[in-house]
Write a protein that binds this ligand. Structure first.
Ligand code: IMP
Length: 199
């Protein structure tokens, strides 16, 4: 079986966020009929894996099995070299129940202080998985390397953007034009690989 999707095929997106689904439709050039896990009332599985690829696959497999359609899921986050890759798959969880990323960024700064390390190297990772209901799957990963800066700078973007300067630039992701970030991000790199695999 070829792991490709015909144009206009139904693709289930493992998200309950309609905004994210619209953004995905655009990235995928409106090539597929996107249906969200929210549309089908599917439960969101717990992200129990320890890698981005593992969690993306877990979410894609759960949606594909429950919905009976090929399903796309993502997992992403920030990894800090001096923190042995933390927060990593726990990036969203470091922001606490209030999803407050100033709390999460303070926590990164504190943990770095505690290590005494001067190393500010960090990277964002985005894993994307498409699983078919009968078992096979395609998984890709995109990564962008950079350096952390404190205090946070800039008001664009989301999450950890205000403390991350991509390699070769002087601005944080939150100071850059959205289009510039979107062209070089871990997500863009993962989607480029996914498109190369799918069409
Ligand atoms: P997920 O929704 O489980 O994949 O969690 C991803 C988390 O990683 C988000 O809540 C953000 O905190 C962080 N993250 C992922 N991508 C980015 C990015 O492009 N900028 C800033 N933070 C990001």
């Amino acid at each position: 079986m070829a792991l490709t999707l015909e144009p206009d095929a139904k693709l289930l997106v493992a998200t309950h966020n309609p905004g994210k689904a619209r953004e995905l439709a655009e990235i995928l050039e409106n090539r597929f009929q996107l249906i969200t896990a929210g549309d089908l009332g599917l439960a969101e599985p717990e992200e129990t894996e320890t890698t981005f690829v593992g969690n993306a696959l877990l979410k894609a497999r759960a949606a594909a099995e429950a919905g009976g359609l090929p399903a796309l899921a993502d997992d992403s986050g920030l990894s800090v070299a001096a923190l042995d890759g933390a927060p990593g798959v726990y990036s969203a969880r470091w922001a606490g129940p209030g999803k407050d990323f100033s709390v999460a960024m303070d926590k990164v700064a504190e943990r770095l202080e505690e290590t005494g390390s001067e190393d500010r190297a960090a990277w964002f990772t985005c894993a994307l998985a498409i699983a078919w209901p009968d078992g096979p799957a395609v998984v890709v990963e995109g990564r962008v390397d950079g350096t952390l800066v404190f205090p946070p700078r800039g008001s664009r973007g989301f999450g950890y953007d205000p403390i991350f300067i991509p390699q070769g630039y002087d601005l944080t992701f939150a100071e850059m034009e959205t289009a510039a970030k979107d062209a070089m991000s871990h997500r863009a790199r993962a989607f480029a690989k996914l498109k190369a695999a799918l069409w």
